[in-house]
Design a protein around this ligand. Structure first.
Ligand SMILES: Nc1ncnc2c1ncn2[C@@H]1O[C@H](COP(=O)(O)OP(=O)(O)O)[C@@H](O)[C@H]1O
Ligand SMILES: CC(=O)N[C@@H](CCC(=O)OP(=O)(O)O)C(=O)O
Length: 257
């Protein structure tokens, strides 16, 4: 089975274009089975504002008290997930929305409870349920919320959750859909990036903010059983005439994977 994992960023989830859904349909017609993992950072921030709680990020990860975790789950499972599933269904794409913690799909552990609160990293992905849905032609749509062995929910960065799902499924491809065309330098898209080049762009500040967890995850899934990794835009076509449009990552210069 050709599997594609698509991470849909919170930056774009409420503004996905008709071209985006057209690209998805084309990929399904080409035989890809698709798993979605989504974020929802901006929606979480606006709800926190309503509760008058200031968002705090450490290294790109949201400090998650139990009160914040309630808001994170409310927005990811109750809003972002519902909205993405609804839009997919409206475009004729069969989709089933799930909290990542449902059925133990995403099990995780605390990263640093003292510093970050209920923020986790994925330890294991239960691929059985995902496989059943894919076989029947449904696209699973997952929030990045995971659960510990003891049954505690954890907030996981959605880029990292998508990378873990792609690795566990040995996906043919992992795509990070965001609000820019790919990794940019001087406003120009960089179409191919090696690991060394990417690390250079982080250290010179060309890659910053929310792009950092995305490129780090992209590099971490390369050569871990995932065929191809790209960052693409949800604003236009990201797949047209058999070609993907965006930034593609390579392990080493000159090596075509
Ligand atoms: N070199 C770069 N190229 C493109 N975008 C970058 C770069 N460095 C930082 N960014 C920022 O990263 C943002 C995408 O990350 P983020 O907002 O976290 O998206 P998402 O919600 O899709 O995960 C872009 O909108 C841009 O502001
Ligand atoms: C631990 C952590 O930071 N979790 C993220 C989960 C959502 C996310 O990653 O959404 P984006 O894709 O929009 O960034 C958060 O609370 O914002």
């Amino acid at each position: 089975m050709d599997i594609l994992v698509i991470k849909c960023g919170g930056s774009i989830i409420n503004e996905l274009s008709e071209f985006f859904f057209h690209s998805i349909k084309q990929l399904q017609n080409r035989g890809y089975h698709i798993v979605f993992v989504h974020g929802g950072g901006p929606d979480i921030n606006s709800m926190m504002e309503k509760f008058e709680i200031e968002p705090i990020f450490e290294g790109g990860l949201r400090k998650t008290t139990s009160e914040v975790l309630g808001i994170v789950e409310l927005m990811l499972a109750g809003r972002s997930n519902r909205s993405l599933v609804h839009k997919l269904e409206a475009h004729g794409i069969k989709a089933v929305g799930l909290n990542g913690s449902d059925g133990g799909i995403l099990t995780g552990e605390y990263i640093d409870e003292q510093k970050l609160g209920a923020v986790g990293e994925i330890q294991q992905v239960n691929t059985e349920l995902l496989g059943l849905l894919l076989e029947k032609g449904y696209c699973p749509v997952l929030t990045p919320i995971s659960i510990t062995g003891a049954g505690t929910k954890l907030n996981v960065n959605a880029d990292m959750a998508a990378g873990s799902v792609a690795k566990a499924l040995c996906a043919d491809m992992c795509l990070f859909v965001t609000d820019v065309k790919g990794v940019l330098k001087d406003e120009q898209i960089i179409e191919r990036l090696t690991e060394a080049e990417t690390l250079g762009l982080i250290s010179d500040g060309s890659i910053h903010g929310g792009m950092i967890p995305k490129v780090n995850t992209a590099l971490s899934v390369l050569n871990k059983g995932v065929g191809e990794v790209m960052i693409v835009s949800g604003k236009g076509h990201f797949y047209e005439a058999g070609q993907f449009i965006g930034t593609k990552f390579f392990q080493e210069e000159g090596v075509i994977q």
